[in-house]
Design a binder for this molecule. Structure first.
Ligand code: GCO
Length: 256
């Protein structure tokens, strides 16, 4: 059945990094349900293959794109494979990321760098490779995944905060250079979501109470609650939206 409407992604191909689980998996499913073909990414090829099978079993078009988003050579090889296969990527969601919680005075520089590389530099490298191919086509959607920490800092997550603050400004830099070529670059800032990365926080009664008290919606967010914003930013509904970050946070950033 042909999908219709400004949120229709039929005929579009989307690469979602870190899409074999968590927020990336949820957003990838949302794009697939809107008609997109999905390139499923992760570093674990077997987990990626299993995810592709599950997407296919659900009637979606999905292919494996297992590569390490922190490795420039892996990224270049992956995009060369896309080129050789005639795969034209219309939509990129730079979702892959890690968390590392430690006070800065105890933080090893290597751990700092690993978080920056995974959460920020990867988005630059993948965005650059995608934009090189989107510019001649005059079309593209780049969606970077930020965070509440794109705006506010929390103690013990400095590298994550700095990376996510960088994601917000990288998004604006992408808009500054690529909007003229028909590419829309925007970001999504998830609030405190029910993900594996946050399990230690969810299981901490004090932190759980803090999140629920600090969030006007009085609850954690669910990964699938990012889908609407992801489909909006991936579709023609957002063709005149550029350089923005949309917070899906239950209102946390709106209040003291
Ligand atoms: C933390 C959390 C946060 C959330 C999210 C909020 O340790 O504070 O991991 O970073 O995951 O990024 O937007």
């Amino acid at each position: 059945m042909t999908k219709s409407g400004i949120f229709d992604l039929s005929g579009r191909t989307a690469l979602v990094t870190g899409s074999s689980r968590g927020l990336g998996r949820a957003m990838a499913e949302g794009l697939a349900n809107a008609g997109a073909r999905l390139l499923i990414n992760g570093t674990d090829a077997s987990r990626v293959a299993q995810t592709v099978k599950e997407f296919s079993d659900n009637g979606h078009s999905a292919e494996a794109a297992a590569f390490d988003v922190t490795s420039e050579s892996s990224i270049l090889e992956a995009f060369s494979r896309f080129d050789a296969s005639g795969i034209e990527i219309d939509i990129v969601i730079n979702n892959a990321g890690i968390q590392f919680r430690k006070p800065m005075v105890e933080l090893e520089t290597a751990d700092w760098q690993r978080v920056i590389d995974t959460n920020l530099t990867s988005a630059f490298m993948i965005g650059r490779e995608a934009a090189k191919r989107m510019i001649p086509r005059g079309y593209g959607k780049i969606i970077n995944i930020g965070s509440l920490t794109s705006e506010l800092a929390r103690a013990t997550v400095a590298p994550y905060t700095v990376a996510k603050g960088g994601v917000k400004m990288l998004t604006r830099a992408m808009a500054a250079e690529w909007a003229q070529h028909g590419i829309q670059s925007n970001a999504i800032g998830p609030g405190y979501m029910l993900t594996d990365m946050n399990q230690a926080l969810i299981d901490n009664p004090e932190f759980d109470a803090w999140v629920k008290g600090r969030t006007p919606s009085r609850r954690w967010g669910r990964p699938e609650e990012l889908i609407g914003t992801a489909v909006f930013l991936a579709s023609s509904a957002s063709d005149y939206v550029n350089g923005q970050i949309i917070y899906v946070d239950g209102g946390m950033l709106a209040v003291l």
